[in-house]
Design a protein around this ligand. Structure first.
Ligand code: UDP
Length: 237
């Protein structure tokens, strides 16, 4: 069966890599990596934006009396650790064509982000991992994913959630009866005030008419399943 998209930007939050009590879980790292390898071998061009929430979030610093700017840069640095963990696992599993692009320079282990080069590398079959978020404080990994998805010309931004199958009319954790949407327009997301991503990211996605697909990461092979139309999800276009 052919895959749903030719080129995607996969947004993974740091949580996708963690276990209940450790910042990394070997099985989680391997599962994500194996799925990326399988899809890449089928010809899918894949960029990944990785978050840092398993290690640090800027807001945590506020409780320690740290200014938000320092806290946010700490969060961006956490994404480097995750990007290297993912790249290292992909390499270890026998997939060498991985490039880690950084928004903020860390020359020893990453490459400075350049969108033309990134597009070329995707055509050559590289998996790209984007770290460092947008490179700016007061922004989020959701915004970074939206920008990178637009810049690499992705057919869709795949937003991997942890334990949530898609976009609901209200929070399913508080309202078990909440209805899940199969499809939405960007305008509906804005009009209904649905919290798919932060407002900056949502506005950018709407302006660029970027297709977004929200799905649940938790579950065996869910990234592969969503790419083969075998998983419920919400599509925003
Ligand atoms: N962050 C930032 N600018 C960005 C992206 C991230 O300042 O462009 C900081 C922010 O403090 C955030 C932290 O990095 O809390 C970790 O990223 P995020 O919370 O988005 O990670 P996720 O929850 O997706 O794992």
């Amino acid at each position: 069966m052919s895959l749903k998209y030719k080129r995607i930007l996969l947004k993974l939050s740091g949580e996708a890599l963690k276990s209940d009590d450790e910042i990394y879980d070997k099985h989680a790292l391997e599962s994500v990596s194996q799925q990326i390898i399988e899809l890449s071998k089928q010809g899918l061009e894949i960029g990944v934006v990785i978050g840092g929430g398993n290690i640090w979030r800027g807001k945590l610093g506020l409780d320690l009396g740290l200014p938000q700017i320092e806290g946010d840069y700490m969060g961006m640095m956490a994404t480097y650790m995750n990007g290297l963990a993912l790249a290292g696992t992909l390499n270890r599993l026998g997939f060498p064509k991985v490039e880690v692009y950084a928004s903020l320079e860390l020359k020893t282990v990453t490459v400075s982000y350049n969108f033309k080069e990134a597009r070329q590398k995707l055509k050559e079959g590289y998996v790209l991992i984007f770290v460092g978020g947008t490179g700016f404080s007061y922004f989020t990994t959701d915004t970074a994913s939206t920008i990178r998805a637009i810049e690499i010309g992705a057919d869709a931004l795949l937003m991997a959630k942890n334990g949530v199958a898609g976009v609901y009319e209200s929070d399913p954790k508080h309202n078990p009866q909440a209805k899940m949407f199969k499809e939405l327009t960007h305008k509906e997301v804005a009009d209904k005030n649905l919290r798919v991503m932060d407002l900056t990211a949502a506005t950018l996605a709407k302006d660029a008419n970027l297709q977004i697909e929200v799905f649940d990461m938790q579950g065996e092979n869910n990234i592969v399943k969503v790419m083969n139309n075998q998983l419920e999800s919400t599509i925003i276009k």
